[in-house]
Design a protein around this ligand. Sequence first.
Ligand SMILES: Nc1ncnc2c1ncn2[C@@H]1O[C@H](COP(=O)(O)OP(=O)(O)O)[C@@H](O)[C@H]1O
Ligand SMILES: [Mg+2]
Length: 278
Amino acid sequence: MSTVIMNKDKNVSNHHQKLTLAKFKPKQKIVYQTNNLNLWYDDVHALKNINLSIGHQEVTAIIGPSGCGKSSFLKTLNRMVELVPGVRITGDITYSGKNILSKSFSVEELRTQVGMVFQKPNPFPKSIYENIAYGPKIHGIRNKKILNEIVEHSLRRAYLWDDVKDRLKQNAYDLSGGQQQRLCIARCLAINPDVILMDEPTSALDPNSTLQIEELIKDLKKEYSIVIVTHNMQQAARISDKTAFFLHGEVIEYDQTNLIFSNPVDKRTSDYINGDFG
Ligand SMILES: Nc1ncnc2c1ncn2[C@@H]1O[C@H](COP(=O)(O)OP(=O)(O)O)[C@@H](O)[C@H]1O
Ligand SMILES: [Mg+2]
């Protein structure tokens, strides 16, 4: 009986190793490439001919006024946007060289490699521990010791371990907004993704929590590729390597962040970053 359990544990352990170590990490410098990507919600043309490359282990900031398609773009990258009735997409998106819009591509696989963090922290109504262990459990990890390790590692990585290590059984809703957002980031990290998509992750947070998340993002890009939508120009300038300026569903300008902010080519970009509209 104990042999069976040991073997089973070994299998789980192997499974986890496979999940965390041997999982495909993109070697190329480009993690996402979109080609003539268009998206409609019924007759609203929300994304127009988007041609963008998202760099590996870089922070890419998406800026632009409300309604210009930033969230739609992010939700297209992980194929969440398809959940909206009446959506139509043309063009293509490659992720690690694979066409993610093709019928044969597995959305489940994509979800294990691309995590998402939203504007409002959205922890599950469960304990701090269960919030982090949830994803790994879905992926078949049952071994308590391994789960404990993943929980601790993910919380440490998100700068949250010291805050919560003595109260892992407490409900996640007891945490402050900034802590909840770091918990949501830790929850992403627990599935060991390649890419983290963040949709205005600090706009509901106070300045101090915002800075903590920014520090965390700068640290995480050593291992992950991050795409962040932000309304905060200073934030884009502080943390991103590249910036794309969206307007009415189009990419007006896309370049190194320092160039976009110091020497934009298009007048609409300089108007926006100088606060002249939006
Ligand atoms: N679920 C939806 N159904 C219909 N239209 C939508 C939906 N989500 C967004 N849109 C429309 O698509 C456009 C882009 O929206 P969105 O991507 O949310 O912009 P942003 O994030 O830049 O504010 C807007 O015109 C918006 O009204
Ligand atoms: Mg949005």
